[in-house]
Design a protein around this ligand. Sequence first.
Ligand code: NAD
Length: 444
Amino acid sequence: MKITIFGTGYVGLVQAAVFADAGYEVICVDIDEARVARLKAGEVPIFEPGLGTLLKDNAEAERLTFTTDAPAAIRAGEVIFIAVGTPSDEDGSADLQYVLAVAATIAEHMEEPRIVVTKSTVPVGTSAKVRAEIARVLKARGREDLDYDVASNPEFLKEGSAVADCTKPDRIIIGVDRADSGQRLRELYAPFNRNHDKIILMDVYSAEMTKYAANCILATKISFMNEMASLADILGADIEKVRLGIGSDPRIGYQFIYPGIGYGGSCFPKDVKAMIHTAESVGFDAEVLRSVEDRNAKQKRMLFDKITRYFDGELAGRTFGLWGLAFKPNTDDMRESPARVLMELLWEAGAKVRAHDPEAMEECRRIYGERDDLVLCEQRDDVLTGADALILATEWKNFRVPDFKHIKATLTHPVIFDGRNIYDPAVAARYGLNLFGVGRDSAS
Ligand code: NAD
């Protein structure tokens, strides 16, 4: 079975590499010529652990190719995945222009039966729109005889562990309306379905909704814990103790209940917004999700407010050392990163930032360019030089065991603002450092 994948972003590229590694012949199509040229030259355009080796091995074995030639790729792949972006439109809805453009391209160039699989995160009803777009173009071509089907196969990989998630998925959601397509996709995923049956077959609408419901419940967990953390600060409790206390209940569990400075990335913010918008479009008020989003916007400011209070509102002319730019560890992705909100608020207040991130500095340079109030430091501890305070925004491993003695000796004010609660207030206190975290300031 030959596979074609449209979109070589985090999802398309990783899934392509993993399929190729399982032995499939995979053709990746992207409209971004520079990206395709880099991929052809053996470069890895994103940081994702394990991806480089997979790309190299499978490109060398000629199982994985990259092209901008959509017609040739459509002729080659019996199963065609759509894995292009679905960013938020101005009103919060998912912008489907890229998905529908691919659908039209497929219909323009297909000459034999095809299964089109929507892997991008798309609102309920989108696969029906993809189907209608294909039908429209085939009709215009006078090729209504060509058989095709549209399936939904949402992706659940996590940036930072995308290769592992794709290789050993927790579940494989397949939404189909035709049994034969379900069977074909079941066969396609067989190499990833050996240990036990991870395939959950359902109708297309339910598959589309499953992806949103999953991201929305994860975002809800985060916003809930952030709300509890804010309350803990006021009430004098330590949210880290509370977290351990509640996580011990198996109905709650320890996963994904870390308080912090808000969720970011390319998925949670846009998917929560899109779900709210979908609900609105059918006259339903998604009250819980609206609160989840509001809480998250407040949370992204929370550390800045603590910093402002500590310095009595006088931030102009100060310099802040910042550890972490990516929205989470193990990725170079800065889309909707809380660190961006924090930096922008500090700049607005007239402060300067000296930042370090193990992987996201190139991306930071791309986003912000050269500016007087931003210095990107190659070494972790260089951010401390001339800084008034240290801020931790992303919990990279490299930041977990800092040299507190050096921090105390270098900072103008002995204070750390820990946006991820990775430092122990008692340890920081031993070194004479003030520590402000999330929901545990009474413990400082
Ligand atoms: P991305 O922005 O990293 O990549 C999208 C790629 O699609 C880009 O390289 C772009 O040039 C290409 N593209 C756009 N139009 C095209 C066209 N007509 N033909 C060929 N290529 C085209 O996006 P991503 O992060 O990989 O996300 C893709 C989808 O998967 C989104 O719907 C997203 O919500 C979903 N998703 C993302 C993640 C994640 O962690 N990033 C996880 C699960 C699901």
